[in-house]
Design a protein around this ligand. Structure first.
Ligand code: ATP
Ligand code: MG
Length: 373
């Protein structure tokens, strides 16, 4: 009778255990239980999957060794919620940012204390959830709110900015004509002109960024518009010790796209190339009719510092910039992307940094536009 009762309670225990395991394994967050020595006492299937090891290779190991490849608890790296719980006895929560290949990933980690009868923490349960998508949607929403605000601001201020800028540029031009080349005053006026042009470009970017898509059909003589933009920046290139190499195809058909928009794209790409070649370099601008694809292709090749691997996924994002505050708002490329994309065009780049290959460093941006119908 007693034996039967014992068997029944073992069966019940096994049932309970199975029930609990099913619950834990049904949870898609990675769960781990660690003791006071940071040894892993239990994990669920999501945890094993995330770590990429079977459970028997995980249990009994120190969490800092298995997860952070460290020889002692990770107090000095990023904040460790497990350590925090042992220290404070309270729930701890952190957002971890890490690289997954080339992409940034985010996970939210919450650690809960398990107390003994005296109220001391004897183990910690840690729950980890991948919140990358959620975080990105939140960031996008934040950027969209910024955009809506920017749209209104740009519309309100563009005229206010454009008029004084045109006056500054007009008077600077007038004074430049009356000033001897090569004198200090001439150089000062040139600097004023350069900065005013930069402001004009940023205001134009803001307006384009805020404006609703232009669906009017246009066609553009790409070579002529490139020449127009180059003539505006040729002095700047000279001052920056940048040699310009033009290789414009003679038989280029007209491309689909608004000429004003395309000039803005060219100006942004040239400005970026100039900024990447502090101390001088060579800017090669070429055009080509890709007959196989029936597209007009425009190449901007610089010998600048290149784009670091970690930034390559982000350069087209609005507000992404590596420049100092006041030097650029990070709208140039995202505006280029939008303006080109509206005309079924594409903009791509290839880049080599100094660290990758000192001899061949530099970046090529390629704008590919459909031939105008
Ligand atoms: N030719 C290039 N060589 C090296 N880095 C570049 C080049 N073009 C763009 N980048 C990188 O991409 C970032 C984003 O460029 P983008 O034109 O969108 O913004 P910005 O130049 O920083 O500011 P803005 O154009 O609004 O004045 C730059 O800050 C720079 O780090
Ligand atoms: Mg730029």
């Amino acid at each position: 009778m007693e034996k039967e009762h014992k068997l029944n309670s073992i069966e019940e225990l096994l049932e309970d255990n199975k029930f609990l395991n099913n619950i834990l394994n049904g949870i898609k967050d990675a769960i781990m239980v660690v003791d006071k020595d940071y040894r892993i006492e239990g994990v669920n299937e999501s945890f094993a999957k995330k770590v990429g090891k079977p459970k028997h290779e995980i249990l009994g190991r120190h969490c800092y060794r298995l997860l952070c490849y460290l020889s002692k608890p990770c107090v000095h790296n990023h904040p460790c919620p497990v350590e925090e719980v042992f220290k404070t006895g309270k729930i701890a929560e952190v957002l971890h940012t890490y690289l997954e290949g080339h992409n940034v990933a985010y996970s939210r980690i919450i650690a809960y204390p398990i107390l003994d009868d005296r109220g001391d923490v004897i183990r910690v349960v840690e729950l980890e959830r991948d919140v990358t998508e959620w975080k990105k949607t939140g960031d996008q929403l934040y950027n969209m709110q910024k955009l809506a605000f920017l749209g209104k601001l740009a519309a309100d201020l563009s005229h206010e900015f454009n008029n004084p800028l045109s006056i500054i540029l007009g008077f600077t031009d007038l004074l430049l004509e009356k000033t001897e080349h090569g004198t200090q005053n001439y150089e000062i006026l040139k600097a004023v002109e350069r900065q005013a042009f930069n402001c004009k470009r940023i205001v134009e970017n803001l307006i384009s960024f805020a404006a609703s898509p232009d669906v009017t059909k246009y066609s553009t003589d790409v070579n002529k518009n490139l020449e127009g933009v180059i003539s505006v920046v040729v002095d700047i290139l000279h001052t920056e010790k940048i040699v310009i190499d033009k290789r414009l195809a003679g038989d280029l058909p007209r491309a689909k796209g608004n000429p004003g928009h395309l000039r803005q794209v060219f100006m942004n790409l040239i400005t970026n190339a100039v900024a990447a070649m502090r101390g001088g370099g060579r800017l090669t601008i070429s055009t080509k009719h890709n007959t196989a694809k029936n597209r007009v292709e425009i190449f901007f090749k610089d010998t600048g510092h290149g784009i670091k691997r970690k930034y390559r996924n982000e350069i087209f994002d609005p507000f992404f910039t590596t420049r100092e505050i006041g030097e650029g708002g990070g709208l140039g490329l995202s505006v280029c992307y939008g303006l080109v994309f509206r005309n079924d065009g594409k903009i791509t780049f290839e880049t080599v940094t100094e660290e990758e290959d000192r001899e061949n460093k530099g970046t090529i941006f390629t704008v590919s536009l459909p031939v105008a119908p």
